[in-house]
Design a binder for this molecule. Structure first.
Ligand code: GAL
Length: 715
């Protein structure tokens, strides 16, 4: 006989499981142009909790006003079987960008992804160093899902039977227009949790939506000036003497250098790490760091966070670590204050206190074969999955505090981040080393609220070295990572001179880069970003996404295609790199007149051109009226408060103005108002001759501007 009570239980359970509720969504404007809604019951730990990000409210309020960008009834939330299903509408011509640091694609419509922190494995499938759950629409809005879970994204792939814009069924037997991927009018997302917070960011432009997202996360980090100089990472087992020799070689040969990166060998043991200096390779760490500082060179230290049984803090930290080890090192549960104190005190005493300027925090992204598995447990109760999604945020957040406590800015490297990490002083890098894909990542970093460096390591040829180097100097961190190869900027003799000129150009452009980063901090504008965020970069024709019937208009065709090999740098520059083996390339100009950066000559306007620049030039173009403040080609960034003479370049035919950011370049005093924006103006006088002016220094504010001269590049 069957037990009737068991039957009843089964029935009750199955009813519970199949309960799905669609809720009436309440959208609350949490900051101007940013709306929040809650689906189901959100978890207590999420990306914003892990990062501790706080919105820069005043800066958000200064963006052009926005109204709720979507029809609210077209957004649906459902909790089914303990999971949350989200649905957002898409229109026909709409494109979507973002969903993290992708390396091969910029257009995300039509993608199926699982957002999961990981090293990049060669496919844009959602597993990446910063799988930021944020997307931006070409229609000028953004959506952010605040969860520390692996989420599944169907970005315009699935079709519901009740779709308002359902595609018509076609007969594949006879109809040539039959499509294996019918039109989808929604982004659908599965969050494996019983609830989640969702944020909508208004525009009106896609750049405004990105700005709101970045400012919502606190705004970009303002690096110290030296962070924008040149950096070399030396071979793993270099000794203090080797490092000093390398620095001397930079000086003698006249290559700029601001900070030098020590790789695993500075530690007595690594993989897992002791976080202690090796007494043979570095017998006097404090003396070494101070000696370098006197020569204007800062030290950056590699580490991963996995604690060796030989680390001084091992025994104490053990109770606050996860169930699983990484390379036999324990994993501190950094959500616990006890673990944080023990871990970061060691770094503070041993390194930061003696003058180390920053860290490169490695291997917090993963690779499933060495990282903790999803069945690992942590003493705080935070699950392995949540820890994986946020560990990069945690190491950035709390290591950044070490420098803030000293009122010193830092700028370092990290291999994992996520939403909420925008205001952290870190640039992402990896081991993947595909030059073209590195540029696509640079473009996508601007949609993900993170920074990315296309580091150079070594190359198969002098040509490849120079091509890589050209993009390194037009990126957030100008870096050679020679941890394995020992490559120096001058290693490829045939191109040693152009490499040097590029490194010096990076230094000359420091006032421009510094202002671009100030705009990231104060206004949320990514310093490196996609063409799709540039005004005037839109197809004239209204082509349906995915349609092949483009009008006979090469420009419209070019801009509606995915552009993943040219990008915007700072306010006014368009960078169009070449890759080894390439002699010429196409450049797509947004509408408006564009000028050659090197000569000032007119280059194009809302059109596609082909350029053959020769090996030693990376094509760079300036917007009409573009102002580029430059300084002398020095070997080190100016010290705090040091005055520098400026040469201000003006391009094109438009009179224009530019706000130059200034502060001491090293501390957080700007947060207390110790900064200024000086207005640079270029106009024509009565006789039609160009004339440039700069507003007077602001009383009581830091002033690092010396003599200013103007160069009118377009004759
Ligand atoms: C890798 C990292 C490299 C280098 C190396 C040292 O994980 O990506 O940049 O630091 O470790 O072992």
């Amino acid at each position: 006989m069957h037990n009737p009570r068991r039957y009843l239980l089964v029935i009750v359970l199955s009813i519970k499981i199949s309960i799905a509720f669609t809720q009436e969504t309440q959208w609350i404007e949490t900051a101007p142009g940013i709306w929040k809604a809650t689906a189901g019951v959100p978890e207590s730990y999420d990306l914003l909790k892990a990062s501790g990000a706080l919105p820069a409210r005043e800066a958000i309020a200064a963006i052009a006003p926005a109204t709720f960008p979507l029809s609210q009834s077209d957004i649906t939330f459902e909790v089914v079987d303990g999971k949350t299903y989200l649905r957002f509408p898409l229109q026909k011509e709409e494109q979507v960008y973002g969903f993290g640091l992708n390396f091969q694609t910029v257009h995300q419509r039509g993608k199926i992804l699982q957002l999961h922190v990981d090293h990049y494995g060669g496919k844009d499938n959602g597993r990446t160093h910063a799988p930021t759950p944020f997307y931006v629409s070409s229609k000028g809005y953004g959506i952010f899902i605040n969860t520390a879970r692996y989420i599944n994204v169907y970005a315009g792939t699935a079709v519901r039977k009740d779709s308002k814009n359902a595609p018509v069924a076609k007969d594949r037997n006879t109809d040539k227009s039959w499509n294996a991927r019918p039109y989808s009018d929604a982004v659908e997302i599965l969050v494996p949790a019983g609830g989640v917070e969702v944020y909508v960011f208004g525009g009106p432009t896609p750049l405004d939506a990105v700005r709101r997202f970045n400012l919502f996360n606190g705004g970009g980090y303002l690096p110290p000036r030296w962070g924008l100089g040149f950096t070399q990472r030396v071979k793993t087992l270099y000794t203090a003497a080797d490092v000093k020799k390398e620095i001397a070689a930079f000086r003698e040969k006249g290559y700029p250098l601001d900070f030098i990166g020590l790789e695993p060998g500075w530690q007595s043991k690594s993989y897992p790490c002791t976080f202690s200096w090796d007494s043979i390779r570095f017998p006097d760490p404090a003396g070494f760091v101070q000696e370098l500082l006197k020569d204007k060179i800062r030290v950056n230290l590699w580490t991963n966070p996995y604690v060796s049984p030989d680390a001084p803090n091992y025994k104490a930290i053990l109770p606050y670590t996860g169930s699983h080890t990484v390379w036999n090192g324990v994993v501190p549960d950094l959500t616990l204050p006890q673990a944080r104190n023990l871990f970061f005190d060691q770094l503070q005493k041993n390194q930061v206190a003696i003058g180390v300027s920053g860290y490169k925090i490695d291997e917090v992204d993963g690779y499933d074969h060495y990282l903790w598995p999803d069945v690992a447990t942590f003493p705080s109760g935070i699950t392995a999955e949540q820890m994986r999604q946020t560990y990069g945020l945690l190491v950035q957040r709390y290591s950044a505090d070490l420098f803030r406590q000293q009122n010193k800015r830092t700028f370092g490297l990290v291999r994992a981040s996520n939403a909420g990490g925008t205001s952290f002083p870190y640039v992402i890098y990896n081991d993947y080393y595909n030059h073209k894909d590195f540029i696509t990542a640079l473009i996508n970093s601007g949609f993900a609220g993170v920074l990315w460096t296309p580091e150079a390591r070594a190359s198969k040829s002098a040509e490849e070295w120079l091509r890589r180097f050209q993009t390194v100097v037009f990126s957030p961190m100008a870096m050679i990572n020679a941890w394995a190869s020992g490559t120096k900027p001058w290693s490829y003799e045939e191109v040693a001179e152009p490499v040097k000129q590029l490194a010096l150009l990076r230094m000359q452009m420091m006032p421009y880069w510094y202002t671009a980063f100030a705009r990231y901090h104060f206004q949320g504008i990514p310093p490196f970003r996609a063409m799709n965020l540039e005004e005037g970069f839109a197809p004239e024709s209204k082509n349906e996404i995915g349609s092949t019937n483009l009008e006979e208009n090469p420009y419209a065709e070019a801009v509606s295609k995915e552009i993943k090999d040219q990008y915007m740098a700072g306010d006014h520059l368009l960078v169009a790199p070449l890759f080894a083996g390439q002699k010429s390339r196409k450049v797509v100009f947004p509408k408006g007149r564009w000028y050659d950066f090197y000569t000032g000559a007119f280059a194009g306007d809302g059109e596609v051109i082909t350029v053959t620049p020769g090996l030693d030039k990376i094509p760079v173009y300036v917007k009409d009226g573009g102002i580029i403040p430059m300084m002398q080609p020095v070997l080190h960034a100016p010290a705090a408060g040091e005055k520098v003479d400026l040469t201000v370049r003006h391009y094109g035919e438009k009179p224009s103005s530019y706000l130059l950011y200034d502060d001491d370049g090293e501390t957080f005093d700007y947060e207390k108002g110790a900064f200024s924006w000086r207005e640079i103006k270029v106009e024509k006088d009565k006789r039609g001759k160009w004339k440039g002016t700069i507003s007077s220094p602001v009383k009581g504010k830091p002033n690092t501007v010396g003599k200013v001269t103007f160069e009118f590049m377009t004759k």
